[in-house]
Ligand binder design. Structure first.
Ligand code: NAD
Ligand code: DAU
Length: 349
């Protein structure tokens, strides 16, 4: 089994690559990543020399390159995570999200379609990793299910919704063997410090303001990243073709409560008097089109495929903070930009 994982140098992709490389020594894992600002090969140092792993630097928007890669490697399956993933960046530069998230996905679908047409017994799965943001925003009650109508609000979620529609269209039109999952907010090690939790961990550490959009009352449903990777593993191996699964931890928090918890936890871990870090909380202008609430009903995944989250939020957050405090070099390299040289040092000779 030769599997292409796209976006494997990013946050979730690196956890998935690590899981597959270690758990399935008989699989060959090819990690394709453009190494944008969000891609960091230092996320994968522990597995980079394993015999069943290789890295390819490349852009999914480049159709000629993608077609050649598929022809050369004859992949048996694709797990597609490569994307522009930050909502705030999509507000300032929507086109980049159309190129990578929509056109990049269609390029991969086209290349997969050719392999499947040539030998359907050899190309067996196109797994598209998507987000709960495609469903839009909830009010005070209710949960997103797999049949909730799509209603994206940001350029990011609109581009992910579009890519999901293309994946379903290729399944229905060309009988491409596709599976989609839509997951809630992830957190954990290797999270790029532009997203709420790692940004605030880094700012607390450095005594900098913690920017809370609006009143901090928006709600997100947080899942530890390794639980997402385990869910992808289960879905990849057991879900019916053409199916969709929601992934989430039944773990809703307002942003302000997450940050208060983080402040208190880090007071203790950094030996600061209780209440010190909460003084860093700063309310700032709200995000445009800010979705109020996401909450996932993952009962289909739990009942059909037996997956469940492994960690309580407090435990996962504590593990995450410890990881950031113990991996100061990773964080410094990311915030200084030095991580961008890792590829040159490691691969280009
Ligand atoms: P990330 O931004 O950390 O990583 C994205 C990776 O894709 C990076 O390594 C980047 O270099 C690579 N990439 C970007 N453009 C590329 C291109 N044109 N060609 C090749 N590689 C490219 O993202 P993440 O948070 O790990 O998210 C991974 C996937 O999971 C995305 O599809 C995202 O929509 C989805 N998702 C994320 C979350 C979350 O909470 N982070 C939740 C649900 C779903
Ligand atoms: O729901 C899944 C999605 O979760 C993924 O598809 C996205 O790729 C991922 O980035 C994430 O999107 P969010 O916009 O929910 O994540 P972010 O960490 O950017 O923001 C979380 C919440 O915190 C959101 O309500 C906005 C708020 N926020 C964010 C930042 C960066 C702040 O209040 N201040 C901030 O500085």
């Amino acid at each position: 089994m030769k599997i292409l994982i796209t976006g494997g140098a990013g946050f979730i992709g690196s956890h998935l690559v690590r899981l597959f490389v270690n758990k399935y020594p008989n699989y060959t894992i090819v990690n394709l990543d453009k190494l944008t600002y969000a891609g960091n090969l230092a996320n994968l140092t522990d597995i980079e020399n394993k015999p069943n792993y290789s890295f390819v630097k490349g852009d999914i928007v480049d159709a000629t390159f993608i077609n050649k890669l598929f022809a050369d490697h004859q992949f048996n399956a694709v797990i597609h995570l490569a994307a522009e993933s930050h909502v705030d960046r999509s507000i300032t530069n929507p086109l980049e999200f159309v190129y990578t998230n929509v056109i990049g996905t269609v390029n991969l679908l086209n290349a997969a379609k050719e392999l499947h047409k040539a030998d359907p017994s050899k190309f067996t799965k196109f797994y598209h990793v998507s987000t709960d943001e495609v469903y839009g925003s909830l009010g005070d009650t209710g949960l997103f299910t797999e049949t909730t109508a799509y209603d994206p609000h940001s350029p990011y979620s609109a581009s992910k919704a579009s890519s999901d529609h293309f994946v379903r269209a290729y399944h229905d039109t060309y009988k491409l063997p596709c599976v989609i999952s839509n997951c809630s907010n992830n957190y954990g090690p290797f999270h790029f410090p532009e997203k709420l939790i790692p940004l605030c961990i880094n700012n607390i550490k450095n005594n900098k303001p913690l920017p809370i959009y609006g009143k901090g009352e928006n709600i997100r449903d947080w899942l530890f990243v390794e639980d997402h990777a385990r869910a992808i593993d289960v879905i990849f191996h057991t879900a019916a073709l053409g199916s969709t699964y929601n992934i989430g931890g039944h773990n809703e928090w307002t942003n302000i409560d997450v940050i208060r918890l983080l402040c208190d936890m880090m007071d203790e871990k950094l030996g600061r008097p209780k209440g010190t870090n909460q003084q860093l909380i700063t309310y700032v202008t709200d995000r445009a089109g800010h979705d109020l609430r996401y909450a996932i009903d993952s009962s289909k995944l739990q009942n059909d495929l037996g997956w469940k989250p492994s960690l309580q939020f407090e435990e996962g957050l504590s593990k995450t903070v410890d990881w950031y405090l113990q991996n100061e070099e990773w964080l410094t390299n990311v915030t200084s930009g030095a991580y961008a040289n890792y590829y040159e040092k490691q691969y280009s000779h």
